[in-house]
Design a protein around this ligand. Structure first.
Ligand code: FAD
Length: 714
């Protein structure tokens, strides 16, 4: 519910209780007093307080220091007709919600964006047209002939006062309806309402943006309810863990008929993240080229009509009973305690209330992997990672803060260079692309928007190998090294990190020499390690078949070895070969093809659980696969998974990229330079998971090249 209550006045609330006053807000209800003095309590799950504005503490502090007889408003700082704060001798101007333009609420302008914008425009013109300067108090006054008496920054007498021009008011009311209070009222038309009002609102809100296009809000997805009851019981319950590349590829490619109401399967997806993240563009999100919203797609949109989604994290798997323990991502009691600064440990909310159990017939495990730190001291404490959207947001904001901090006037040159030292550890595709995006950011935007500090920025890339992009063709490895050196990115190859301390990375060279690299920002991108849930599941499976230290060993149909055909694994969590040389690499391309394969496998034939007693029989029957005793047998003719490598791409900065072509000819093995960058950009756009994100990403490339990057720390 939404409540608006200002100055004790009677207000309408957006629920059906009209003309009431809020007297108290409790943990889960609001106390109301109606006009006839009766009292009511209104329960809520979420309460949004939008009851107007109060004075900013800084404004209140400043007001205290000005003559009390002049500053009499309780709403903000009283200003004169030129927006100068009354009593500040012309040295302080105030605009927007902090300013009060009239002595009474009736004469003061309202606290709106429209007023603030016009005030800003007025002051810009005032300052641009007149050279305003401080006149020392001791001055004889000859210079300020035209000025007001006691002003320290006099204004010419001809300076026009601020005039507000009301352009009308708009509000969106939902359901494609809106209202507009027109600035010019005629006897026939005073307001615009309904659909026309909403379209006017939408058009004006888009038009008024500063360089940023506003996308039409996405329609809320229709709720999908879990299939329950007798029909559901006969269906094979497929539970998918994860909402990343592998899981989403499976969902997108499955046959809705097989998973729909009349199909043989019931689908449940469990993931703590309710969106799919397009990881290859995370470095570009850090650089502010693509916006974060452009590379995520809601999992509910992708699941629509296919099954049920639960926002939770699987914390345990019992492969024998085929039961998952899931931990809820959100608990309203804990959230409330946390927001009140309370300790979560002390409250009476039991662990069971945070978890629920979910049974499955077939489990698809696509939980990915975690960052590898190799147990190196200090990495967790002092480095940024780049695996999730939260990581990208944190890093982008940190970079913005570092730039702003370095640009402050009291920072010493030495400190500034340290603040602007960016160290990237890891010369694989992620590390290389982070360094490339940082380079572009500095060259194209920092140079223009922070000209005084751009020269002090340094980018260093550290890797234990002797070249960058080791999994790529050797031509690309040398090209990447040359491009980076040419761009002034400092390469420390053949160098191993031994420890990370606050502001410095300790390294050891191949020849045994040791030294340290100072940093203001260190990004750790050295690959992946086994997910804790995968490690836990591995423990519960026969140790003689699960021998990999990287993930879950799967057979040629992606079934987890030792799980009797009840668990499939795909993506970074799966290990497809017995040795690192034969296993497929942990890439989105592999996860995507595995998801496609499993979607076809389950859609084309109805797999079902055979109770343990019948499993032996099934193993000898026509339905059973090669391995005996399977609980979910596969038809004999089922084709194994086959991976087709479609090439590898990397962006190297400065509009240069490289593509390792899937089909190599004696004349052309790779695409490099400008063509490589264009191939990378085109493919990253086309490969987006939905038309919405494809559109947004394409739009972002154009936006960034025309208007520059997002350097704000929001
Ligand atoms: P992910 O995509 O990581 O998805 C894992 C999912 O599991 C997530 O939704 C997560 O929330 C969920 N999850 C985690 N724990 C649990 C749990 N306990 N219970 C339930 N769900 C859980 N590959 C390429 O091919 N090309 C590239 O250009 C490329 N660039 C990359 C750039 C970056 C910065 C990164 C980090 C990776 C990049 N990759 C790239 C690799 C690619 O992202 C991974 O290989 C791919 O994401 C693996 O897919 P996945 O489904 O196994 O896991």
């Amino acid at each position: 519910m939404q409540a608006g209550a200002g100055s004790g006045a009677w207000h309408n609330t957006s629920c059906c209780i009209a003309c009431c006053r809020v007297t108290a807000v409790n943990e889960d209800s609001i106390d109301l007093e109606l006009k006839d003095a009766t009292k009511q309590s209104l329960p809520f799950g979420t309460c949004i307080w939008a009851a107007g504005v109060g004075m900013h503490p800084l404004v209140a502090g400043l007001k205290e220091k000005l003559p009390a007889e002049l500053q009499t408003s309780r709403r903000g700082l009283l200003v004169d007709e030129h927006l100068r704060v009354v009593g500040s001798q012309g040295t302080i101007y105030c605009l927007g919600d902090a300013a009060v333009t009239g002595a009474t609420p009736q004469t003061a302008l309202p606290p709106t964006a429209q007023v603030a914008r016009q005030e800003g425009e007025y002051l810009a013109a005032l300052f641009s047209k007149n050279k305003l300067a401080l006149v020392e108090p001791s001055s004889d006054g000859s210079e300020e002939e035209e000025a007001a008496d006691a002003d320290l920054v006099p204004l010419p007498k001809r300076a026009k006062p601020f005039r507000y021009f009301h352009l009308g008011s708009l509000a969106y009311l939902g359901s494609h309806r809106g209202v507009m209070d027109l600035p010019f009222k005629t006897p026939f038309l005073k307001t615009l309402r309904g659909y026309l009002g909403a379209q006017t609102w939408r058009f004006l809100e888009t038009y008024m943006q500063d360089r940023t296009a506003v996308m039409e809000p996405e329609a809320p997805p229709a709720p999908t309810l879990p299939a329950e009851g007798p029909t559901a019981a006969r269906k094979t319950r497929v539970v998918v863990l994860g909402s990343g590349w592998g899981a989403v590829s499976f969902i997108k490619n499955l046959d809705p008929a097989a998973f729909g109401e009349g199909g043989g399967y019931e689908l449940v997806l469990v993931s703590p993240r309710n969106y799919m993240l397009f990881t290859p563009l995370l470095p570009s999100a850090v650089g502010g080229v693509v916006s974060e919203n452009s590379i995520v797609e809601s999992i509910r949109t992708l699941m629509q009509g296919k099954g049920t989604y639960y926002e939770a994290r699987a914390s345990d798997i019992d492969p024998e009973k085929r039961v998952l323990t899931c931990k809820k991502e959100f608990c309203e009691v804990c959230a409330a305690r946390k927001s009140q600064g309370g300790s979560l440990a002390s409250h009476d909310h039991s662990e069971e209330e945070h978890t629920f159990q979910l049974s499955y017939d077939i489990l698809l495990c696509s939980v990915g992997a975690v960052n590898a730190t190799f147990g190196i001291k200090g990495v967790q404490d002092h480095c940024f990672f780049l695996k999730s959207m939260e990581d990208a947001q944190q890093l982008r904001r940190h970079i913005s803060k570092a730039l702003e901090h370095a640009a402050l006037p009291d920072v010493t040159p030495e400190n500034r260079r340290k603040l602007l030292s960016f160290v990237v550890v890891g010369g694989g595709p992620t590390g290389v692309e982070v360094a490339a995006e940082l380079y572009d950011l500095v060259k194209e935007d920092v140079a223009r928007k922070f000209p005084s500090i751009a020269e002090d920025v340094g980018i260093t890339l550290i890797d234990g190998m002797d070249s960058l992009l080791n999994s790529y063709h050797t031509e690309i490895q040398s090209y990447a090294g040359e491009t980076f050196r040419h761009n002034g990115i400092h390469l420390r190859l053949g160098t191993r990190v031994t420890e990370v301390r606050e502001g410095e990375v300790l390294v050891e060279h191949k020849d045994g020499g040791r030294d340290s690299v100072p940093f203001g920002t260190c990004v750790w991108a050295t690959g992946i390690a086994m997910h804790p849930l995968v490690a836990l599941l591995k423990e519960r499976l026969p140790a003689d078949v699960q021998t990999s230290r990287r993930g879950l060993l799967v057979d040629q149909h992606l079934r987890v070895r030792g799980s009797q055909g009840t668990i499939y694994c795909l993506g970074d969590a799966a290990v497809t070969g017995d040795s690192p040389a034969t296993a497929l690499p942990p890439t989105a391309q592999v996860a995507r093809q595995e998801g496609q394969y499993l979607a076809a496998l389950l859609s084309k034939q109805r797999l079902a659980l055979v109770e343990p007693a019948a499993a032996g029989e099934a193993a000898t029957g026509a339905q059973a696969a090669g391995e005996g005793g399977e609980l979910v047998p596969l038809p004999r003719a089922t084709k194994p998974f086959g991976y087709m490598h479609l090439g590898s791409l990397a962006y190297l900065g400065d509009s240069k990229g490289a593509m390792d072509l899937p089909i190599k000819t004696p004349f052309l093995k790779t695409l490099r330079g400008y063509l490589g960058a264009q191939a990378w950009r085109t493919l990253e756009t086309l490969l987006q998971v939905s038309p919405r994100t494809r559109w947004l990403v394409a739009h972002d490339w154009v936006r960034a090249s025309v208007f520059g990057r997002n350097l704000s720390d929001i």
